[in-house]
Design a protein around this ligand. Structure first.
Ligand code: GDP
Length: 196
C-alpha cells in the first residue's frame, strides 16, 4: 500500500521530466475513464490527481513521488470529442515520445471503462503500445456502475479483442474507486513492479 504521495512537477515536454533515477509507472486512459479517481484511491490522497482536465486546457505530464521511492505519472487522457487536430497531434507527439523514450518506465496502466463494450480508441492505443514494446497492464474502472454480469461481459469482450491482437492475455484488474475494490490487488502489483 502507498503511504506517502507528493506532487513533483507538471510539464508538456518529456525532456523536462525528473531525472529518471527511480522506477516509474504511468497511468493513461480516455478522458473521464476514472483515472483521477483511481489514482486518488491508490494513493489515499484525495485530490492528488485533480479530476478531469478539460478539453482545450494544457495537457500535462504529472509526476508524483511515491513513498520516497518511485514515480507515479498521471498522463493526459485521450479521446476528447471536441479537440482540434492540432491538440491531438501535440498529444500524440508528447505521449509517444514520453512512452518510448523514458528509460525508467516499468509499466503503463491503461484504464478501460468497464461500462462500455470494447472501444476502438482504446484498442488502437494498446495496439500501439504492443507495437512499440511499451509494457502495459489493463485496469478496468467503474465496476460498481453496473451489474457484475455486465462488467464481466464487457471485460471478457475487451480481453477477447486483446487476445485476437496479441495472441495472449495481458495482466488486468477490475476496480471501483467508488467502492475501493481492486485496491489491494493493484497496490500489490505496483509494489512488485517497482521492486523489480
Ligand atoms: P478522469 O477524467 O479519467 O480523471 O476521470 P475522473 O476520475 O475525473 O472520473 C470521471 C467521473 O467518473 C467522475 O464523475 C467520477 O466521480 C466518476 N467515477 C470515477 N471512478 C468511478 C467509480 O469507480 N465508480 C463510479 N460510480 N464513478 C466513478
Amino acid at each position: 500500500m502507498i503511504r506517502k504521495a507528493q506532487f513533483v512537477v507538471s510539464n508538456t515536454d518529456p525532456a523536462k521530466c525528473p531525472k529518471p533515477d527511480r522506477a516509474e509507472i504511468a497511468f493513461i486512459g480516455r478522458s473521464n475513464v476514472g483515472k483521477s479517481s483511481l489514482i486518488n484511491m491508490l494513493t489515499g490522497v484525495k485530490e492528488l490527481a485533480k479530476t478531469s482536465q478539460r478539453p482545450g486546457k494544457t495537457q500535462l505530464i504529472n509526476h508524483f513521488l511515491i513513498d520516497d521511492r518511485w514515480f507515479l505519472v498521471d498522463l493526459p487522457g485521450y479521446g476528447f470529442a471536441k479537440v482540434s487536430r492540432d491538440t491531438k497531434d501535440k498529444w500524440e507527439k508528447m505521449i509517444s515520445s514520453y512512452l518510448t523514450g523514458r528509460p525508467n518506465l516499468c509499466g503503463v496502466f491503461v484504464l478501460i471503462d468497464s461500462r462500455l463494450e470494447p472501444q476502438r480508441i482504446d484498442l488502437e492505443f494498446v495496439n500501439w503500445c504492443g507495437e512499440e514494446g511499451v509494457p502495459f497492464v489493463i485496469v478496468f474502472t467503474k465496476a460498481d456502475k453496473q451489474s457484475k454480469t455486465q462488467t464481466d461481459k464487457n471485460v471478457k469482450a475487451f480481453l477477447k479483442k486483446m487476445e485476437d491482437i496479441f495472441g495472449d492475455l495481458p495482466d488486468y484488474f477490475v476496480t471501483s474507486a467508488e467502492k475501493g475494490s481492486g485496491k489491494e490487488e493493484v497496490s500489490a502489483f505496483l509494489d512488485e513492479l517497482v521492486s523489480e
